[in-house]
Design a protein around this ligand. Structure first.
Ligand code: SF4
Length: 311
């Protein structure tokens, strides 16, 4: 077993940090991890003191760690925040049931108000029905699910008086999405990425913030295990992740051979985003439901029409 390599510490290491070449014990790793997240929050000014913030809590490792960090910031770092958690129930059977159970018990443990909104109740259609129709249309269920989830999170957070939504996106998510957008020739989508995503000024838009954006996924997983968060390996049965998996494997291989690759991608992304941010226009209100859109009708209404739920 390796020993911790921080300042003469002789405890057993629980993590190896390849881009700095150091082993770390539990205490030093957790301290290193928390400091970096708090630095990200300060550097990108993710929160205003006393803000009411909503954590988008799926119950998986990333959003659970994001909630723990925001709660720690509010309690230990003397940065007052009012925190609520919102989970979206798409209706994905046992997969979602077990994640919601994790989400509920974490909120109880941390004393955080927890709200669950469901596709079925809010939109009139659950994921099984969406999957059936999208299969017939030879489309990915995730395309519908992602649009509906963002719609419900924005609407619920706004109705609960929250000024931002905390997402658990980590460094790997950012690096993968950046590369995928470039490979698909969708550079305009890049403005929605980054530590403060989709910053448009409209009273109906709730800014999305990402405190884990500078933290590699493996380190989030280690922190989750050390914090007693159950890691969920059961994938969503509707996942169409073939392309993302290829990009993930490619980036992991590069990171293995060239440690720091994902950080270099993050830095390149920030330069590109800065240049693109000037082209981001303000949204309109959808003529059907009143939520935000860049067109006349929002994507949610358009997709619900396609599914036959709305006319
Ligand atoms: Fe929804 Fe796709 Fe995620 Fe499943 S994998 S929860 S269908 S976005």
């Amino acid at each position: 077993m390796q020993k911790c390599g921080v300042g003469g510490c002789s405890r057993l290491a629980v993590a190896y940090i390849p881009y700095s070449g150091r082993n770390m014990c539990r205490r030093h790793f957790m301290d290193f991890f928390e400091r970096r997240v708090f630095r990200t929050i300060r550097k990108f000014r993710l929160f205003r003191p006393h803000a009411r913030v909503a954590v988008a809590l799926s119950g998986g490792k990333d959003s659970s760690v994001a909630l723990i960090m925001v709660k720690k910031l509010a309690s230990e770092k003397k940065f007052p925040l009012e925190i609520v958690a919102i989970s979206v129930d798409e209706g994905v059977g046992e997969y979602r049931r077990s994640l919601l159970k994790n989400a509920r018990s974490l909120c109880e443990k941390l004393g955080v108000e927890h709200v669950v909104v469901s596709f079925k109740e809010e939109l009139g259609i659950a994921i099984e029905d969406i999957a059936g129709i999208s299969r017939e249309k030879r489309e990915s269920t995730c395309t519908y699910c992602g649009v509906f989830r963002r719609y419900l999170l924005n609407k619920t957070a706004r109705e609960m008086g929250c000024e931002c939504i905390v997402l658990g996106h980590n460094l790997d998510d950012l690096a993968q999405t950046f590369i995928m957008n470039m490979l698909r020739n969708e550079p305009d989508r890049l403005v929605r990425l980054g530590p403060k995503a989709g910053v448009v000024s409209h009273k109906k838009f709730v800014t999305r913030v990402k405190p884990l954006i500078e933290t590699p996924e493996k380190e989030v997983a280690v922190y989750a295990i050390l914090s007693g968060i159950p890691l969920k390996f059961m994938p969503c049965p509707y996942a169409h992740e073939a392309y993302r998996s290829e990009v993930r494997n490619f980036l992991n291989m590069l990171e293995e051979n060239q440690p720091g690759t994902k950080y270099r991608l993050l830095n390149s992304f920030m330069v590109v985003k800065e240049a693109l941010s000037h082209s981001e226009g303000n949204p309109n209100e959808c003529i059907r439901c009143g939520e935000l859109t860049n067109a006349e009708v929002c994507k949610t209404c358009e997709l619900l029409c396609k599914l036959g739920v709305r006319r």
